[in-house]
Design a protein around this ligand. Structure first.
Ligand code: ADP
Ligand code: ZN
Length: 724
């Protein structure tokens, strides 16, 4: 017997199968989808078995060396999914397979991740033990034996003592090892919330369709009880003896949802996200492979979980950009989920308070089924939102805080309530310039200005690792006239402490959350009212529920609006609405103040009345006029090289290749990429806009192959990019 094996060698030139002989000792156990060790050239390498066959007409065929992990088998669905992923993103098949497995399985480290627990059991018959008890005077030994007579198996930790050692020596008891999981959640507090009528309608509609493929878009405002519906649906699915995947954008920021999930499903849940240690990840994955859990909760890559008999996939906060992977293979978990739901003939549920334009337009057209929740559960009502024109405030010399924001913060502090302030820029000062000669600090490796961090007194590049100490004098004209412009969170923190003396302030951004658990600690402390004001970057807007927060202030709504990208308005609108959702969660009226220089921009104006539909309509008009998604599909091709001329010449070559081979496609560029130079790589880009997805794939595949042979220049093809 022979096996076709695709090897783990990351070159697209080797993206094909090689045939090996199956040695006798593996004939019974080897299955397709298994990972094996094979000889390759002078080395050994790992690979996946794609096909097992009886005949082969090649000579000199080498033997498979061994199976790497008999538990790890890519089932038929995942094998097919691998081929889909390859076609969708143009990656190699082996990359697709590797992407679907947790990193702990990718490398053969010969590492045993299994955790064992030691137990004590009796080695002799009950009569012999009782006999021993009756004839000994050692009380401690008697206690141990009595306990074992009753419980049969007791944790070693509980019994460890010199008496135990004696009993082991006398061969009356023995130590046994048993495999245990690292994450265990036994307690199940089955909460029995009754769904409201509005929730029930949504629930029933999906329940009726549990045995069909359908995509549902649940558009429900923040706090409308979407998560509660997810749990009830998963419960239904489990009752039918099927399984469920619940995807959430970032688990570190959503510990609340995970806790609720454990309460609901206890040990029936496996969790997969990057915050787990390798061994925890291994354990959780084992639970899935062994068919011991029915629910998987996790971030993007959990969509590949090899659950058997899948019954539903739910994607919470479906608008989140985290569902798209920004390295090769550039897949979107939403596409993968759609493939799997179609494959299994089951529903896909997308939920959000601010659905992506793509999903919303499909729902309004009837391609997806639209479900809505218009009310918050209980008494909490949506916050009152006010827009402040900062160009007016600037005349009063208010650069950071408008009068109204200052007054409101003071008011809330006096009432002992809490405040959240959003500023989407980290560091102290984002732009340093010399007042005398106009010099500005730029990164030597990248085409951007350096940000000043007071902590460490460093100028840092936010794109590469470059950093340097700040100079006292201008490096160009040697005058002492450097001025620090551009507000970052670090400076905002100091400004707040100066202005609101006595207020307890905590900052949350990448710089304050590098250590493990630091996010959780900040969140817990703020929830316990150890702080009055939480300030930070967009990290603070996601999914939190702080009952005492009655004011959310957005210091500068324009930071995301001013990024030159066709999705900037959508991102701004979504972020502002999500941030607003943090105010007034429990019975207290919340207030939101948004400071901006663009008060008439529709992304900002439509926030006032939480008017998603209006925003949607205006944004769709622009997308249509400018030929962007959801009216057109996009592919972004980047051509990168350390050598400027190489990059430019090859970009022109790509462009003429595309012009020759594509019809009915708009080809824009080559033009310098938004970040033209990062990490010393020059980057040109070409943007394609088109209506027919399939035709273009063939041409892109050809292009990719041509570039395998071009040295010193890389090409990156991003199909359905998030940023252009
Ligand atoms: P969303 O996911 O839409 O933000 P959640 O499901 O988190 O909303 O619900 C918001 C709050 O309301 C949570 O504290 C949740 O426990 C509670 N809740 C949801 N549904 C109900 C219900 N039917 N009865 C009582 N409380 C509910
Ligand atoms: Zn840099």
């Amino acid at each position: 017997m022979f096996a076709d094996v695709i090897i783990e060698y990351n070159s697209k030139k080797l993206d094909k199968t090689f045939t090996y002989k199956i040695p006798d000792f593996l004939k019974k156990s080897l299955k397709t989808g298994m990972k094996v060790k094979v000889p390759f050239g002078k080395n050994t390498i790992n690979g996946f078995v794609l096909k097992i066959k009886d005949n082969c007409n090649l000579d000199n065929i080498k033997n498979i060396i061994d199976i790497i992990n008999p538990e790890l088998v890519l089932n038929k669905e995942l094998q097919d999914l691998g081929i889909y992923l390859k076609n969708k993103t143009l990656c190699s098949l082996v990359t697709a397979f590797q992407t679907m497995l947790p990193s702990t399985f990718k490398i053969d480290k010969n590492h045993d991740y299994t955790k064992y627990e030691k137990y004590i059991i009796l080695k002799k018959s009950e009569n012999e033990i009782i006999n021993y008890i009756n004839n000994t005077k050692f009380k401690k030994q008697i206690d141990i034996l009595n306990l074992l007579l009753k419980e049969k198996k007791v944790s070693y930790k509980k019994l460890v003592s010199s008496s135990l050692t004696t009993l082991i020596k006398k061969n009356l008891v023995a130590v046994v090892k048993e495999e245990v999981y690292r994450i265990n959640k036994d307690e199940v507090k089955k909460s029995n919330t009754l769904l409201t009528n509005e929730q029930l309608k949504v629930f029933n509609e999906i329940k009726l369709s549990l045995n069909n493929f359908n995509v549902f878009l649940l558009h429900g405002i923040t706090g409308s009880g979407k998560t509660e519906i997810y749990f009830k649906l998963i419960n239904e699915v489990i009752k039918n003896n099927k399984s469920a995947i619940l995807l959430i954008p970032e688990i570190s920021l959503t510990t609340q949802i995970l806790e609720r999930c454990y309460n609901f499903f206890g040990n029936n849940v496996a969790v997969l996200h990057s915050g787990l240690s390798s061994s925890e990840k291994y354990n959780e994955y084992q639970k899935i492979l062994r068919d011991e859990v029915k629910v998987v909760v996790g971030t993007r890559s959990a969509v590949f979980s090899p659950l058997k008999n899948l019954g539903i996939i739910i994607i919470d906060e479906e608008h989140s950009e985290n569902y798209k992977q920004d390295t090769n293979p550039r897949y979107n978990a939403k596409d993968i989920a759609k493939f799997r739901c179609k494959y299994n003939n089951i529903p896909l549920l997308l939920g959000s308070a601010t659905p992506s334009l793509e999903s919303a337009s499909r729902a309004y057209k009837g391609v997806y089924k639209l479900l809505t929740l218009k009310n918050r559960v209980g008494f909490s009502i949506l916050p009152k939102i006010e827009i402040v024109d900062m160009s007016e405030e600037a005349k009063k010399k208010n650069i950071i805080f408008s009068n109204i924001l200052q007054t409101k913060i003071k008011e809330k502090l006096e009432k002992n309530e809490q405040v959240i302030l959003l500023l989407n820029r980290r560091g102290y000062s984002t732009f340093i310039t010399c007042q005398n000669c106009g010099y500005t600090y730029k990164c030597p490796n990248c085409d951007i200005t350096l940000t000043y961090h007071k902590d460490g007194n460093l100028l840092k590049c936010h794109y590469c690792e470059y950093s340097k100490k700040i100079d006292e004098l201008c490096p160009n004209c040697r005058e002492k006239s450097l001025s620090y412009l551009g507000l970052g969170t670090e400076k905002l923190e100091l400004e707040i402490k100066n202005k609101f003396k006595g207020a307890k302030v905590v900052r949350m951004d990448i710089d304050t959350t590098r250590k493990k658990n630091s996010i959780k600690n900040i969140i817990d402390d703020f929830a316990n009212h150890k702080y009055d004001i939480l300030l930070g970057t967009q990290m603070i807007t996601k999914g939190f529920d702080f009952p005492l927060v009655t004011l959310v202030g957005v210091i500068n709504a324009d930071t995301s609006l001013n990024i030159p990208d066709f999705r900037s308005s959508e991102r701004t609108f979504s972020q502002l609405l999500q941030a607003s959702g943090r105010a007034g969660r429990k019975n207290k009226l919340g207030e939101v103040i948004i400071q901006t220089y663009n008060k008439d921009n529709y992304a900002i104006k439509n926030i006032i009345n939480h008017n998603y539909i209006n925003f949607f309509k205006e944004e769709m008009k622009i997308r249509k006029a400018l030929k962007y998604p959801p009216y057109y599909y996009l592919t972004l091709i980047k051509i990168k090289s350390k050598d400027y001329n190489e990059a430019l010449n090859n970009a022109n070559k790509v462009s003429s290749f595309l012009h020759k081979n594509l019809k009915d496609v708009l080809i824009l560029g080559p033009s310098p990429a938004a970040l033209f130079k990062t990490n010393n790589l020059y980057r040109f880009q070409i943007l394609l806009k088109y209506k027919d997805e399939e035709k273009i794939k063939i041409v892109l595949k050809k292009l990719d192959l041509i570039f395998l042979n071009i040295k010193k220049t890389f090409i990156e093809i991003d199909i359905d990019p998030l940023y252009t």
